[in-house]
Design a binder for this molecule. Sequence first.
Ligand code: GAP
Length: 514
Amino acid sequence: MAKQEDKFKKVISHAKEYGYVFQSSEIYDGLSAVYDYAQNGVELKNNIKEYWWKAMVQMNDNIVGIDSAIFMHPTIWKASGHVDAFNDPLIDNKDSKKRYRADVLIEDYVAKIEAKIEKEVTKAAKRFGDAFDKEQFIATNPRVIANQEKITTILSRMGKSLEAEDLADVKALIEELEIVCPVSGSKNWTDVKQFNLMFGTKLGASADSAMDLYLRPETAQGIFVNFLNVQKTGRMKIPFGIAQIGKAFRNEIVARQFIFRQREFEQMEMQFFIRPGSQKEWYETWKETRMKWHNSLGMGAENYRFHDHDKLAHYADAAADIEFKFPFGFKELEGIHSRTDFDLSSHEEYSGKKIQYFDHEINESYVPYVLETSIGVDRMFLAVFSNSLVDEELENGSTRTVLKLPAVLAPTKAAVFPLVKKDGLPDLAKEIIDDLKWDFKVAYDEKDAVGRRYRRQDALGTPFCITVDHQTLEDKTVTIRHRDSMEQERVAISDLKIIIDDAVNVKNWLQKMK
Ligand code: GAP
């Protein structure tokens, strides 16, 4: 656990030190659970969004994108169920006066049992060496089985109680598990209460005529209310999807875990409109497609897993998370939800407008069903950033900190150095940059010895360093150094574009989804 915490602290400090993420309003002591993306962070974030958008919108001729407004008619949130049901169950500790999400307290308890299982597996793997069969061990070891059963019992009881709004039982579960407040260490809990997560605001100048609005807590509703517009103007035929990337706002109670849980964050959502009855099939298809997208980035299949929801949101008939192994354990990165016709039917009812699709293939009109994929940009950022940050021991006994970002997502693709600040080498380096910058984000660095410049670019996650030296003046070749292998090769300046492009081209990465 301490190791995990150290790693997480290192992620946060590295993100600040290397210009990726800053606390919002830092000079005023910050604003809790709100963050700013810095000069490198914004590039990484934009690259993540582009990687998603291309996979969704560009590569699928039946998916189109929109960018709807954050302000929406307030009745939308009544129709969507968010006014009545977008709540978190809260519990206060009477001694520390700290407030927690009751479900998160229980999930943290479960995470401790999971850590025990993992410890048991690691110990056994060491004991049995190459002969170790992890799956068999998990299926047969009595301690592991008992702990797995414990987890299932706890989560299914919590799911059922939350579903039935039986908050007294959620409290009873916390008490039975003897969960203590992490601050006071006491079990002196209040009752569990529901708390709505939407931020309210006002539209209009005068106090009497101002309209109460909400900041959208998900981008999805902007898609639903534009369903007819897009379907008609785009002449879309079911099955088809509408994708959107945009900000969402939630008054989160558990304001910790850095950019994992923020009050202002960004979502990449896609609503896929389908024929009623085909939802099971599409649910499986999209689960598989999204997992392939994640795996195409090469961050280790073992770092992802599906988690089927025990408690379904008010709109869903099936739902699963893609969880990622963050520095604080496996947590939700993306949600895949079978939303039925809940949203469109509800908007039909509240707006009084018919929201239906005439299916020429079966000669029938219906309210389409919806399959949703929804991923947080910030969580994806944290997944990529934390997974890439490693301290590596080198053969000469020294260590280096390197951010092994998938090259396609790296903010800067190459840094160009003159070996020395004289003899025309800086001018030549800048000439190379002037050519490369039409295709890639590139940086120039002439400060310090080349070895230190390499280390700086390693820590920034730059896949290539290109050094211009005296030989360059004679034969137009440079040294290119690869971030991960640290290998260096001599190549012609005229080949640089091809070498870099091969490593960072979206096509080469997305093709791995096939
Ligand atoms: N439209 C469905 C929806 O919003 P959700 O599971 O509440 O579903 C989807 O959110 C994704 O948005 C999550 O998987 C997560 O990646 C991201 N997300 C949700 N709340 C967040 C928060 N407070 N901070 C950062 N990301 C968040």
